[in-house]
Structure formats: C-alpha cells, structure tokens
Design a protein around this ligand. Structure first.
Ligand SMILES: C[S@@+](CC[C@H](N)C(=O)[O-])C[C@H]1O[C@@H](n2cnc3c(N)ncnc32)[C@H](O)[C@@H]1O
Length: 208
C-alpha cells in the first residue's frame, strides 16, 4: 500500500480521489447543513482546504501537518481575507485556549490511533470557547453495508483506524473534559459506486 499512499500524497491526485471516492460535493452539503452559525471556525485536518469554499461567512482557520497541501490551499485561496491556512501539528496547540466558536473534525478520525484520537480531542476541547461545538464526521464500519466492492475501496484508504458508531459514541462519552453529544446520525450517500457510511456527532463543550 506504500505506493498508493505516495501517489495519494500528490495534491492533484488527492483532489481527484476526493472528488471521485471522497464524495466532496455530498460531504460539503452535509457539513454545511449541520454547521450553521458563523464565527471563528477551526477546520482540523483541512488537507488542501477542500471544505473552505463552504464557509464564506466564517472566520476560517485550516490546520494540517501536510506542508504541500497547506501551500496549495494558501495559493488557491489567497484572495479570501477570511481564509487562514496553517501548517502545524494540532498537538502543539498552535492557537490560544478558548479561541474558536466551533471546530470541524471531519474525515480525520480514522487516521488516528486510540491514543492520538484522545489527545487530539482533548486539545480541540481546550481550543473551544465554553459551550463551543465540535462537529465530528467520519466513515465507519457498518455491518449493514458489508459489500465486497465497498470493503475493497475502503482498504485503499490511507486511514487504518475505521471504527464503529458505538466505538465513537463510547470515546466521546468517556472524555474527561466533558463533551455532551447533542445530536448524532448515520448517513449513506446514494451513488453508483457504493460509499462508506458516515457517522456524525454534534458535541457541545460543557463549561468547566
Ligand atoms: C483525510 S484528510 C481530511 C480531509 C478533510 N477534512 C475532509 O473532510 O475532506 C486528514 C488530514 O488530517 C491531517 N492530520 C492528521 N493528524 C494531524 C495533526 N495531528 N495535526 C494536523 N493535521 C493532521 C492529515 O495530514 C490529513 O491531511
């Protein structure tokens, strides 16, 4: 799988793979239908800024460790004064505490092992204002959609930690910094090629 990962690291190939398999259009509509109130938004794991065009009225901050993708995002959206793209590891806390009204945590969970997932979620809670919201979206293992073709496509994905809906629910319920799940749903996009089920949860930070 090393070669596939190398090929997918090329920004234009990543873009194309997102367009074909990543359901960029459907994902965008889903994110925007859930995230309604503008404000200071952190897009954690923003990649090449593929979701930025959805958030015209927001003060948008995208963070990613991948320098090539961040450079591409900065180049592509340089005319937008509300767009800020930063190359950083979120674990280094590149923003002050309680800086954001909301955080988009999308498509990145299944790239994180258990320990990183916990540590990163704790950092994200720290970066949120009191009663701020984390919007979590990710592909999940869904026993109702156990098709050979779908499983093959999922096996090509770079993320190796695809969880179930229940596993995510348990992780969020056990967060010591107190997150409350205020809404959750499973979504299936209707396409000719089968696509993975997406789980989303709206998580409110409880004031400490
Ligand atoms: C699959 S992409 C997410 C795509 C996008 N958010 C979406 O919904 O389409 C996951 C991204 O998370 C980034 N990432 C993983 N761990 C990170 C960390 N600790 N800090 C910042 N970015 C990270 C990776 O570099 C990668 O570009």
């Amino acid at each position: 799988m090393g070669l596939i990962n190398k090929i997918l690291a090329v920004p234009s190939v990543w873009d194309l793979s997102q367009f074909i398999f990543g359901c960029n259009k459907e994902k965008g509509q889903l994110y925007r239908s859930v995230i309604k109130s503008p404000g200071k938004l952190l897009d954690f794991g923003c990649a090449d800024g593929n979701t930025f065009p959805l958030f015209a009225g927001f003060d948008y901050y995208g963070v990613d460790t991948n320098e090539k993708l961040i450079n591409l995002a900065n180049k592509r959206y340089k005319k937008f004064r509300n767009a800020h793209f930063i190359k950083a590891d979120i674990l280094t806390k590149p923003f002050p505490e309680k800086y954001f009204d909301s955080i988009l945590f999308a498509g990145t969970g299944h790239h994180l092992n258990e320990q990183d997932f916990y540590m990163i979620t704790r950092v994200l809670i720290n970066l949120l204002k009191d009663t701020g919201i984390i919007y979590f979206f990710d592909i999940i293992k869904d026993p109702l959609r156990d098709f050979k073709l779908l499983n093959f496509l999922i096996s090509l994905d770079q993320g190796k930690f695809i969880r179930t809906e229940n596993q995510y629910r348990e992780i969020f319920k056990n967060m010591p910094d107190k997150l409350k799940i205020i809404k959750e749903r499973k979504i299936n996009f209707k396409r000719l090629i089968p696509t993975p089920t997406i789980y989303y949860a709206v998580l409110r930070k409880l004031p400490s």
